[in-house]
Write a protein that binds this ligand. Sequence first.
Ligand code: NDP
Length: 287
Amino acid sequence: MNIDGKLIAKELREKLTVEVAELKAKHGVQPLLTVIIVGDDPASHIYVKNKVKQTQEVGMISNEILLPANTTEQYLLQQLEQLNNDTSVHGILVQLPLPKHLNESAVISAINPDKDVDGFHAVNSGRLFNGESNALVPCTPQGCVLLAKHHIGEDLTGLHAVIIGRSNIVGKPVAMLFLQENCTITIAHSKTKNLDEVCKQADILVAAVGIAQFVKADWVKKGATVIDVGINRIITEDGKTRLVGDVDYDNVVTKCGAITPVPGGVGPMTIACLLKNTLVATKRYLT
Ligand code: NDP
């Protein structure tokens, strides 16, 4: 069966809409998310447009700062400093990837960790690693756990979660989150031996690899919950472009217990969790 990310994200946004209205009524404060986008990458612009739309739909204020591709690092850092000091701004997000001449790590480090709604700042990674409750947790990993829980139930204790991928934005944080849920975790990567055997042990299998239809049906334990993070474009036999995940969906769906489809699985949860982080950052600012 499918885990319907679109529906679950909609439910989360509805919950957030109520909480935002309550916050406004009680404190007179409306969460404000500022997104900085540098350059003309069309995919980034579409993604940011979606973020802006959904931010406004839940009753938050969205502020977009569009900067030209030749923006200097110094200018971008100055902008971030201003936003860090602006008490009306609760969440700051710099859309990645940045143009090549800008150092992503330096830019992310310049965001106030308490406004870092992407959760990529090293301080937030450290808080997550230490199991501290004040971490702003990266959005896609949060979405993965919520989707797994939607199918399995709140208690994931003792389940074996195998994560393929060890990136700082998906693989590592998702592993930390499943560890917090008392799962036994295995992080696999390109140097992992006998990957199929490792995957076969998973009660929860997360694929965050970036290779189209990489995970095969015979790697999946019967009844496992499969979370497919991958977003890959392939050309079909009739020459059309199709979006697929990192899992060979057509063959895995009949074997696993549940799977997130691509599109319509993890993707929609990412923006919903970004809004959730913005609300968390706003509430923390008020306390
Ligand atoms: P990265 O390229 O940063 O990381 C990919 C990981 O996969 C690496 O750890 C790499 O291992 C591992 N890997 C690569 N090849 C193999 C292999 N043959 N066997 C086992 N492991 C392998 O990607 P991201 O983590 O940024 O993203 C992963 C996927 O998720 C992409 O498809 C991306 O588009 C998608 N994505 C989707 C999001 C969403 O909202 N749905 C958000 C973010 C990403 P090693 O470290 O050894 O190189």
